[in-house]
Design a protein around this ligand. Structure first.
Ligand code: ADP
Ligand code: MG
Length: 194
């Protein structure tokens, strides 16, 4: 592993928003324009599940319920992925993390400081509609009506404090994200360019 000191200098942006708020979609656009390294904790966890490991089986059970995976598991995966990309990265887009305030504090303590939080603000109705549409092709165990309800609840209860905490530090950039992908990306660029 690279010394922690190297990671400390990495540029990190947290990308936060409820399920289906468009984090992954906008991160693809950001990567295309700015060349940052995109790390989705959901994708990292799903890759672990796909590997068929015992740890993966435990993760599936948690994700099917719409609950959060234990902090240490996610943080270790994220950190390993960052170390692997550190030498070539212009900065990291951390997508879907932190999901709860402790995750944010632990990341800043153990990995690197965060420079900015992008928060995609979308109504529950819109998120639900997008996820049910995504369900047609995603094959994700958590894209179903019951789990979506639970995920939205988890988001409001646990992730809202993250948004508030970084807002109090002047780091949260809330983006109204109900429009088209292009309209939303225009707002994202305004934030990233300043
Ligand atoms: P997240 O990563 O936040 O869960 P995704 O980027 O996977 O969200 O988007 C969830 C679903 O909504 C996807 O099917 C995506 O195609 C769709 N979607 C994303 N952004 C928009 C948008 N601006 N308008 C309509 N649909 C969108
Ligand atoms: Mg996603």
């Amino acid at each position: 592993m690279a010394p922690v000191g190297d990671l400390q200098n990495a540029r990190c942006i947290f990308v936060v928003g409820g399920p289906g708020s468009g984090k992954g979609t906008q991160c693809d656009r950001i990567v295309e324009k700015y060349g940052f390294t995109h790390l989705s904790t959901g994708d990292l966890l799903r890759a672990e599940v796909a590997s068929g490991s015992d740890r993966g089986k435990e993760l599936t059970a948690i994700m099917e319920k719409g609950d959060l995976v234990p902090l240490d598991t996610v943080l270790a995966m994220l950190r390993d992925a960052m170390v692997a990309k550190l030498a070539t990265s212009k900065g990291f887009l951390i997508d879907g993390y932190p999901r709860e305030l402790d995750q944010g504090k632990r990341f800043e303590n153990d990995v690197a400081p965060v420079s900015c939080v992008l928060y995609f603000e979308v109504s529950d109705e819109t998120m639900t509609a997008r996820l049910l549409k995504r369900a047609e092709t995603s094959g994700r165990v958590d894209d179903n009506e019951e789990t979506i309800k639970k995920r939205l609840k988890t988001f409001h209860n646990l992730t809202q404090p993250v948004i508030d905490y970084y807002a109090s530090q002047g780091k949260t950039n809330a983006i109204k994200a109900e429009g088209t992908v292009d309209e939303i990306f225009a707002k994202v660029q305004e934030v990233l360019d300043k």
